[in-house]
Design a protein around this ligand. Structure first.
Ligand code: FAD
Ligand code: FES
Length: 263
């Protein structure tokens, strides 16, 4: 159940360029949040009337971390917050990633387009927990960025035992090209005996490209997390509705994570 909470900033750090990491304590969110869920933050009453949605990036003990890029006024204000500042957050909200039960011979491929990496660290923590000790489980993260300077959270995934593959648009690091082209490359050596799940977050266009790639692999299941504009965040205003094969869906309530098949 989502709750409206007053949270106090414990931690605020510039990660690179315009990307920030903030943390606050909440035993409630730590115990109730599922990976892929988000918080709706009241950043300021006067300048930004609407709340701003941010994914839960990771949870360590009772410390909740949010990773975000400064886009406009709301995220700018958030980037300026200091230890001790208090703000209002509603959450955890939305339908997160469906995490499979431990399966022998499984492969999980996480695909992050730029800032889409934000919810995937929390997911990676969960996937590591359910790793089947008896059998081969391959966990990969494909990190897409414009250039090597913009690669995010690489060390987090390494710590969690993930194989990290990087794609940069300018070729300054790893594979030169988009993260979906990198996925295509990875799937060329795809072992059919591994049960494969894909989890992606990034721009909408990326999901359509993944869908095209997966036409050749109907056995692969994929879940994608949308970053849609939001109003209420509670399923009331329809401000976040997207058209799917199953009719209109609300990103805030039915999502933000959807099965790629219905997109
Ligand atoms: C469920 C969900 C989870 C999200 N998680 C994260 C996260 O973990 N980290 C993160 O950095 N961002 C995340 N976002 C996006 C984030 O909510 C927006 O960047 C933020 O609301 C922008 O607020 P602002 O006041 O800074 O910008 P605004 O002043 O509102 O807008 C600035 C510019 O950004 C564009 N913009 C704003 N919001 C979006 C959007 N959702 N999609 C595309 N363009 C947009 C506007 O068109 C405008 O040009 C998430 C969005 C959703 C729906
Ligand atoms: S933001 Fe209001 S219904 Fe989703």
């Amino acid at each position: 159940m989502p709750k409206e909470l007053e949270v106090k900033i414990e931690f605020s750090k510039k990660i690179k360029n315009d990307v920030y990491l903030i943390g606050f304590k909440s035993a409630y969110i730590a115990s109730s949040a599922r990976c892929g869920q988000f918080l709706h933050l009241k950043v300021d009453d006067k300048i930004t009337i609407l709340r701003r949605p941010l994914s839960i990036h990771k949870i360590e003990k009772n410390l909740i971390y949010l990773l975000f890029r400064v886009r406009g006024r709301g995220t700018k204000l958030l980037s300026q917050c200091k230890k001790g500042d208090v703000f209002d957050a509603i959450g955890p909200l939305g339908n997160g990633f469906h995490v499979p039960r431990p399966t022998p011979n499984a492969q999980r491929i996480l695909v992050a387009g730029g800032m889409g990496v934000a919810p995937l660290v929390f997911l990676a923590e969960k996937l590591r927990e359910i790793r089947s000790p008896k059998s081969e489980t391959r966990n990969l993260i494909l990190l897409g960025a414009k250039s090597k300077k913009e690669v995010l959270a690489e060390s987090e995934f390494k710590k969690l035992g993930f194989e990290v593959h990087i794609a940069t648009d300018d070729g300054s690091r790893g594979f030169k090209g988009s993260v979906v082209e990198l996925l295509k490359e990875q799937l060329r050596t795809y072992n059919l005996e591994l049960r494969t799940n894909i989890y992606a977050c990034g721009p909408k266009e990326m999901f359509y490209e993944i869908k095209k790639v997966l036409e050749k692999y109907p056995q692969i299941q994929a879940q994608v997390s949308f970053e849609q504009f939001m109003g209420c965040g509670l399923g009331i205003c329809y401000g976040c509705a997207i058209e799917t094969k199953e009719g209109y869906k609300k990103v805030c309530k039915d999502g933000p994570v959807f099965d790629l098949k219905i997109i």
